[in-house]
Design a protein. Structure first.
Length: 406
């Protein structure tokens, strides 16, 4: 009896751990059904081991409800962890059918062997449905891939284990002590303990990795605009530069025109609103592979892998028109100036290229604002006053200015 209490104790410990992790970060809603799943499985085993309530048929139905709830919650939690929201219909339908069938073969037609097959095959089908809906985890991190394969293994093990051991039980066993000594029940306890511990550890590790990644995102993200901050840009750009396949790399520098006047005339709240909305426009208008960052004040940069200076110019012009046509301030029109450069093979880091993009940005400010200027495509700078036509109307290529005019 004491050994049989080990699985529910372990499951309860994992339920408490996952619940505690949810208390640390309540945005991770998938932890709630996962905690409920471990609690449900643990309670179901406890009901069977202690035969609570003390009446065989009712005890079977109660434990069946708990098993079904545990399986559905485990499948739901992992499905939510994969990024899918809502409750997949199979996770509602299968538990209801399973419990109803078990109730029939408990009260109307008492068949122990059929109940065993229905319970185990039903749990396997519920978990298989969860694995299918969470299948995108197979393309995730190592921990995520391990989690989805463990869920699949747990789901599949119900079928051979039941087929190999349930047939030896017979339909006349009604004494809980006798049932507890069968190969089926002993193997069920061992399998439950092993899978419970392994999946519990995997979930704790995945959750810890999620929390660490969340902290890193907060560290590397500008809280106001949702773009990368300078530190985040440094980290991501360094990773980008280590991949030769990502070249050529275009660099776009963006600065909000007359931003100081907006702050002075309408207050810092209005200025923050402008920054927030322009940050959103930049993020939503760029590719998922592009790096968008706010590097200080009203200045943003965009790093475009696998893009030429011409493609960077086209993006900058599209962004410039989008900002000019969008009411980002609920007041006077707001515009931006852009400078574009291409990262050179000899550049030590991303900032060497961004310096050149910044010089073109200064030139755009000097030339009247609300325009885009791109550097020459060759290494040698063009003489001041040279016109360079890329993807549209010619733009003036100007030398660096000593002072920015915001």
């Amino acid at each position: 009896m004491h050994l049989m209490l080990i699985p529910p104790i372990l499951l309860a410990a994992f339920a408490a751990t996952l619940g505690g992790l949810w208390l640390l970060d309540r945005r991770r809603l998938h932890l709630l059904p996962l905690a409920g799943a471990f609690a449900g499985f643990g309670a179901a085993i406890l009901v069977q081991v202690l035969e609570l309530p003390p009446q065989s048929a009712f005890s079977s139905v109660v434990s069946a409800h708990l098993y079904a709830a545990g399986a559905a919650l485990l499948a739901l939690g992992i499905t939510w962890r994969s990024g899918r929201r809502g409750i997949p219909p199979p996770l509602l339908l299968l538990p209801v059918v399973m419990v109803a069938t078990l109730a029939w073969f408990s009260y109307v037609d008492d068949r122990l062997l059929i109940r065993i097959y229905v319970l185990n095959f039903g749990l396997g089908l519920i978990l298989l449905a969860g694995a299918w809906h969470a299948r995108r985890l197979a393309d995730g991190s190592l921990a995520e891939r391990a989690l989805i394969w463990l869920l699949l293994a747990l789901a599949l093990h119900f079928f051979p284990r039941t087929l190999l051991t349930a047939g030896n039980i017979g339909s006349r066993i009604s004494d809980p002590a006798s049932f507890g000594r069968t190969d089926f029940w002993v193997l069920t306890m061992y399998a439950g303990a092993v899978f419970g511990v392994v999946i519990g550890i995997a979930l704790v590790l995945v959750t810890a990795a999620d929390l660490m990644a969340g902290l890193q995102r907060e560290r590397d993200t500008d809280a106001l605009t949702g773009t990368l901050n300078r530190r985040g840009l440094d980290t991501r750009a360094a990773e980008l530069l280590e991949q030769p396949a990502q070249r050529p790399i275009a660099l776009v520098a963006c600065d909000i025109d007359h931003f100081k006047a907006i702050n002075d005339q309408f207050g810092h709240h209005a200025g923050d609103l402008v920054l927030e909305r322009i940050g959103m426009l930049l993020r939503t208008s760029c590719r998922a592979t592009d790096l968008v960052a706010r590097i200080g004040g009203e200045e943003f940069v965009v790093v475009l892998p696998n893009s030429t200076a011409e493609e960077g110019f086209e993006l900058a012009e599209r962004l410039r028109r989008l900002v000019a046509e969008t009411d980002v301030s609920r007041g006077p029109p707001v515009t931006c100036s852009f400078g574009v450069a291409q990262l050179h093979d000899l550049d030590r880091d991303i900032w060497a290229g961004l310096q050149r993009a910044d010089r073109q940005l200064y030139a755009a400010k000097h030339a009247g604002r609300n325009r885009t200027i791109v550097e020459a495509l060759d290494a040698a700078p063009l003489p001041s006053g040279t016109l360079l036509a890329l993807g549209g109307a010619p733009r003036l290529v100007a030398p660096a200015l000593n002072r920015r005019q915001s």
